[in-house]
Design a protein around this ligand. Structure first.
Ligand code: PLP
Length: 420
């Protein structure tokens, strides 16, 4: 196999930046990407054969670790029966039933092929259902790359100044507020209440680094939606089946009208899903007039992998993983502080972000105060020691059920060796 440098040079002639998703280019950490050859459990190997402890986990989906045997067996079995039919199959029902059982607010749902499709379709449904056009969105939240959401978006979108290609006529319907700023949302409703179709929110934000909802924030959004007849959409593409087996909505005890899922529910395959109250979902074609379709939607291989993943997750000890992750995150933070770096830890479940700032982080302004140069230095030296962290400081560090105590020890040892 060619080495990463050669592959990257070739890739840059074929794909913009050499990548199929911007952050993978590693520009934010002033580096070039390693090309991955294989993965297993908590580890990935690049084409040079270097081994890394993986805290990216495909940006979240691999919560069971890579190549989980049950999931892979299910996928292999499914692919032998045909990779796509474009017709209903039992696998869709199995996965949908399992999701509905674990997240009861999702009485009905639609399977799609990515998180982007899920949020885009949920927004269309909210607009079609309410007959209104505006959406309230939080600065630094990321909901995929549909036009309406590319206003002050998080994740890779935050690195692109402005949003060329997104007409002003579209984003004028997107009303912005800072995360945790309930007053700003109240103001939007006071001014535009009869034209707001929905609020879309990451119930814990994972695309400006991890940022948690303050007590009362999600409750306040729920109350405003109910009062004004708007829909509350929880974008649980990251938090679904990571924050608890019932997602962030179970953990925080708030019921949205619609939920979007992705990442984990595909078990590493391309799957998204949106769903909610039966009465709302029945507005989708062919029952209602709101249109959405997909050639590969409900793909049998992806459904099988997703179903196997959710079955496996119900046997996993979320509390134990959270405790171990907390210990790792706190020790890492302590090591960075001992080295004289300001470090603010935000953590919950099996996700955390350490910000290189000494201020608390409750919204995008706080997250943006984290020192990007310091993160780049940290990332490069961790990478050189075989620890794969997200190639940007405004992302989550994820752990999986496959990470061992030895992985965590090695990670801490690597952090102790970092020189700033
Ligand atoms: C990743 C993500 C998306 C987009 O999902 P894709 O599968 O990348 O299109 C949407 N919302 C949130 C919260 C995400 O983290």
């Amino acid at each position: 196999m060619m080495d990463s440098k050669t592959l990257y040079a070739k890739a840059q002639t074929l794909m913009p930046g050499g990548v199929n998703s911007p952050l993978r280019a590693c520009r934010y950490v002033k580096s070039e990407p390693a090309f991955i050859a294989r993965a297993e459990g908590s580890h990935v190997w690049d084409v040079e054969g270097r081994e890394y402890i993986d805290y990216v986990l495909s940006w979240g989906p691999q919560i069971l670790g890579h190549c989980d045997k049950t999931v892979n067996d299910a996928a292999h079995k499914a692919v032998d029966l045909g990779s796509s039919y474009g017709a209903p199959c039992e696998g869709e029902i199995l996965l949908a039933e399992e999701i509905s059982k674990l997240i009861p607010s999702m009485e009905m749902m639609r399977m799609v092929s990515s998180g982007t499709e899920a949020t885009m379709s949920a927004l269309r449904l909210a607009r079609g259902y309410t007959g209104r056009s505006k959406v309230v969105k939080f600065i630094g939240n990321y909901h995929g790359h549909a036009d309406s959401f590319l206003a002050a978006a998080g994740s890779a979108a935050a690195t692109v100044p402005g949003t060329p290609g997104v007409p002003e006529d579209i984003v004028k319907h997107t009303l912005l507020a800072h995360y945790n700023d309930l007053e700003a949302v109240e103001k939007h409703f006071a001014e535009n209440g009869d034209d707001i179709a929905c609020i879309i929110v990451e119930p814990a934000a994972g695309n400006m680094g991890l940022v948690l909802p303050e007590p009362g924030f999600l409750e306040g959004l729920r109350a405003l939606c109910t009062k004004y007849g708007a829909l509350l959409i929880f974008d649980e593409v990251i938090t679904g089946f990571r924050f608890s087996i019932g997602g962030a909505q179970q953990r925080f005890g708030i019921e949205p009208d619609l939920t979007t899922l992705g990442k984990i529910i595909g078990g590493g395959f391309p799957v998204g899903c949106y769903g909610g109250k039966r009465e709302i979902m029945n507005h989708m074609a062919p029952c209602g007039g709101v249109f959405q379709a997909g050639t590969l939607s409900g793909n049998p291989v992806a459904m099988a992998a997703g179903y196997a993943t959710l079955k496996r997750l119900q046997e996993c000890d979320y509390d134990a993983l959270e405790q171990r992750t907390t210990k790792l995150a706190e020790e890492l933070t302590a090591i960075l502080r001992e080295k004289g770096q300001p470090a603010t830890l935000v953590r919950m479940a099996s996700a955390f972000t350490i910000y290189f700032t000494d201020q608390p982080v409750v919204d995008q302004r706080g997250s943006a105060a984290s020192n990007a140069d310091t993160y780049a230095t940290f990332w490069q030296q961790m990478q050189a020691q075989g620890v794969n962290l997200a190639p940007a400081g405004f992302e989550c560090t994820f752990t999986s059920f496959a990470h061992t105590d030895e992985d965590f020890e090695k990670t801490l040892e690597a952090a102790r060796n970092v020189k700033f």
